[in-house]
Design a protein around this ligand. Structure first.
Ligand SMILES: CC(C)(COP(=O)(O)OP(=O)(O)OC[C@H]1O[C@@H](n2cnc3c(N)ncnc32)[C@H](O)[C@@H]1OP(=O)(O)O)[C@@H](O)C(=O)NCCC(=O)NCCS
Length: 184
């Protein structure tokens, strides 16, 4: 862009598109997460972690005002057990919040959960009102049988450890609310 051209508009020009994330979106996802990780709202991953998890992600994109598209939101569904998943890394660019983009992303992740035959979706969040509006309820503890707990504890995934409320990730979860949605 030359110095005389107008900068790209930050206003979504058309409809928001929600689509499965592609490997080429990994850096945009990382860039969405960084400010929230710095504010200790989300956990950042190493770059390799976004590539490895890319198939769990959906992204929201809008016109970038320069003839292209720009990723302004993301979210992931992580499967934990036969009936149980977690919505994680749901993030919308600060300049695009409160326009329904988070709602669209969450709807897509819940549709994925249903398509996978899951009946319960966990979330660990500060955004209690947003998730309550979508049917999530605050819970205590990890709602799994002891046998399943014993299997989940073998995971190397920090999110699973947070779900189990294990001591070594307590510093990640301070102030968050544990929430669960039962899918109809
Ligand atoms: C949670 C989050 C993803 C929501 O994204 P968002 O795009 O702002 O979500 P929405 O616009 O769908 O809804 C946000 C609010 O805007 C309101 N809203 C939605 N569309 C609107 C519109 N067109 N005009 C005005 N308000 C609107 C909703 O009522 C909603 O209110 P609520 O939070 O009290 O439910 C976003 O706040 C975020 O990135 N938070 C930081 C990361 C995080 O905590 N993630 C969750 C844990 S994984």
């Amino acid at each position: 862009m030359s110095e005389t051209e107008a900068p790209p508009s930050r206003t979504p020009g058309g409809a928001v598109t929600i689509r499965p994330a592609l490997p080429r979106d990994a850096r945009a996802i990382r860039d969405l997460v960084i400010p929230y990780a710095q504010a200790r709202i989300l956990l950042a991953k190493e770059m390799i972690g976004y590539y490895e998890a890319i198939q769990e992600f959906v992204v929201a994109e809008v016109d970038d005002g320069a003839g292209g598209r720009r990723v302004v939101g993301c979210g992931a569904l992580h499967v934990m057990w036969s009936d149980l998943g977690e919505v994680r890394t749901l993030a919308v660019d600060g300049g695009f919040r409160s326009r329904g983009i988070g709602h669209l992303l969450l709807m897509e992740l819940l549709a994925r959960a249903r398509a996978l035959g899951l009946s319960r979706v966990f979330c660990l969040t500060f955004e209690v009102e947003f998730f309550t509006r979508h049917g999530f309820e605050a819970i205590e503890g990890a709602p799994v049988e002891p046998e399943v707990f014993a299997e989940l504890v073998r995971s190397h995934d920090d999110g699973v450890a947070e779900f189990l409320d294990l001591a070594h990730v307590k510093q990640n979860t301070l102030g968050n609310t544990r929430m669960l949605l039962t899918l109809a």
